[in-house]
Ligand binder design. Structure first.
Ligand SMILES: [Zn+2]
Length: 334
């Protein structure tokens, strides 16, 4: 089969090979013929080598959709031809975290595409318990945006306990996860303030748009009549830390699932306790939430900027940081 694969870290080492064997499946696995894969910053860090990965040589790709090609002997819920997406967490199902329904925190697991091969390949083998059927009418572009880009902000807003009529500020609202967070914020009944330079984010449900990153706290103050935000979602990291934290109001929640521009921030503890602010860290989402996201998928949309072929995997990863990027990047695998 064909796959994008690297033997040692570094984007320059990512090669396309045609001579790889199809992965073998066990009795409880499903062989998936990959249709479309999402391209995310996590894939870039996987290839560039800032995270520990196995096995080597390694196939990246954290966000996968496709069709079932073959089922293991004990697989009952799926059959050949079913359209599916892949829950991108490797988990054992037997530790205390898994038993509490927090598979993404599994003590013996990790991210699929880091601790196991990912989906930048024609075929991938996945346990049945990580394979989710999707409706026939769902576009592949949305399917390939559910496991990482949609599940992550959905879980984050639930962790933040976002309530009806609250003010939600989203940094990077027109980014991959931001446009999904904007839609969920609206569905959850919040007043969504999108921090973004893109006006189209209004079509995703933003009530207000703030275009100047340096003036966010000031603008949030105006929009909330001085109360400030109830929830601030910011996964952009250190560059936007000060302005995002300053935008949180009394009893507010500052939520993150990433640190794109750097993870080390300076925190004044007094500003945290005096306003009774909660800092909420989030990592992926649960399988239960994956089913909820699929249930809601008819009401969700994504914005695609560019599609690449599997042969162009390296270009797709490079394009993630293109200044002109304006929407998702996807890999059309087969
Ligand atoms: Zn576990």
């Amino acid at each position: 089969m064909k796959a994008a694969i690297f033997e040692k870290p570094g984007l320059e080492n990512l090669k396309i090979r045609h001579d790889l064997e199809r992965p073998k499946i066990t009795d409880h696995d499903v062989l998936i013929r990959v249709k479309m894969a999402g391209v995310n910053p996590i894939d870039h860090t996987t290839v560039s080598g800032t995270r520990e990965i196995k096995p080597l040589p390694h196939i990246p790709g954290a966000e996968t959709s496709g069709t079932v090609e073959e089922c293991g002997r004990h697989v009952k819920s799926l059959k050949k031809g079913d359209r599916v997406i892949v829950y991108n967490i490797v988990f054992d199902g037997i530790c205390d975290m898994c038993m509490s329904g927090d598979e993404m925190l599994c003590r013996n697991g990790g991210l699929l595409s880091l601790v196991a091969n990912g989906g930048f390949a024609e075929y991938m083998a996945v346990p049945e318990k990580s394979t989710f059927k999707i409706p026939n009418e769902m576009q592949w572009e949305l399917a390939a945006s559910l496991p990482v880009t949609t599940l992550t902000p959905y879980h984050a807003l639930k962790q933040a306990a976002l309530k009806i009529n609250e003010f939600l500020v989203i940094f990077g609202a027109s980014g991959n996860t931001g446009m999904m967070a904007t839609q969920f914020g609206k569905k959850m009944g919040a007043k969504v303030i999108a921090v973004s330079k893109q006006n189209w984010i209004k079509d995703f449900g933003a009530d207000y748009i703030i275009t100047e990153y340096d003036a966010v706290a000031e603008k949030v103050k105006d929009l909330t009549q001085g109360k400030m935000a109830d929830v601030v979602l910011n996964s952009l990291g250190v560059q936007t830390w000060e302005n995002s934290f300053a935008s949180v109001g009394l009893n507010g929640r500052w939520v993150t699932f990433g640190g794109l521009t750097g993870a080390d921030v300076k925190l004044n503890v007094q500003s945290l306790y005096s306003k009774q602010i909660k800092l909420v860290g989030c990592n992926g989402g649960t399988r239960k939430e994956m089913t909820e996201v699929i249930d809601m998928s008819k009401e969700l949309k994504t914005r695609v900027w560019k599609k690449f072929t599997l042969d162009e995997a390296k270009e797709a990863l490079e394009a993630l940081f293109a200044k002109e990027r304006d929407g998702r990047i996807l890999l059309n695998v087969s």
